[in-house]
Write a protein that binds this ligand. Structure first.
Ligand code: DHK
Length: 150
């Protein structure tokens, strides 16, 4: 049986500070714990789990997901969600399902967090489930992959 295509789970700026960053909004779970949950939820599917504070690097990882023929992308673009047309343009080139993920419910926060560029390409958006929502996103994207949803 051919190896399953990889799942890319990409995280944007300041998410490396999870656990001590504004715990009243983001909770106390660290990104390392989230990575463990995602790998468990993905089972046999290979996972590329990454975080960067650099817009350029995040865009290059989307290009890599395209070149690696990834099965899907789960992306928490953090602040780049609301600022990066370049990231949107990169995601538009990815042929598979994309889940835009936010730990907090951005729609319940200040207006600067209401207009997402990424949502213009995302297959689905998840927000407000907390860190525990990440493994839920892994299960959700497996269903989208199964249904060839883009
Ligand atoms: C994380 C951030 O860093 C913010 O810029 C976003 C997102 C929300 C989150 O909830 O995961 O607005």
């Amino acid at each position: 049986m051919r190896d399953p295509k990889p799942l890319f789970i990409l995280n944007g700026p300041n998410l490396n500070r999870l656990g001590k960053r504004e715990p009243e909004i983001y909770g106390y779970t660290t990104l390392g714990e989230i990575e463990t949950w995602c790998r468990q939820a993905a089972g046999k599917r290979p996972v590329q789990f990454r975080q960067t504070n650099s817009e350029e690097r995040l865009i290059e990882w989307v290009h890599e997901a395209i070149d690696e023929d990834a099965a899907g992308i789960i992306i928490n673009p953090a602040a780049f969600t609301f600022t990066s047309l370049a990231l949107l343009d990169a995601l538009k080139m990815f042929p598979g399902p994309i889940i835009e993920f936010h730990i907090s419910n951005v729609h319940r926060r200040e207006p600067i967090y209401h207009r997402s560029y990424v949502s213009m390409r995302a297959t689905a958006v998840m927000a407000g489930l907390g860190a525990a929502g990440y493994p839920t996103a892994v299960h959700a994207i497996e269903a989208l992959i199964e249904q060839n949803k883009v």
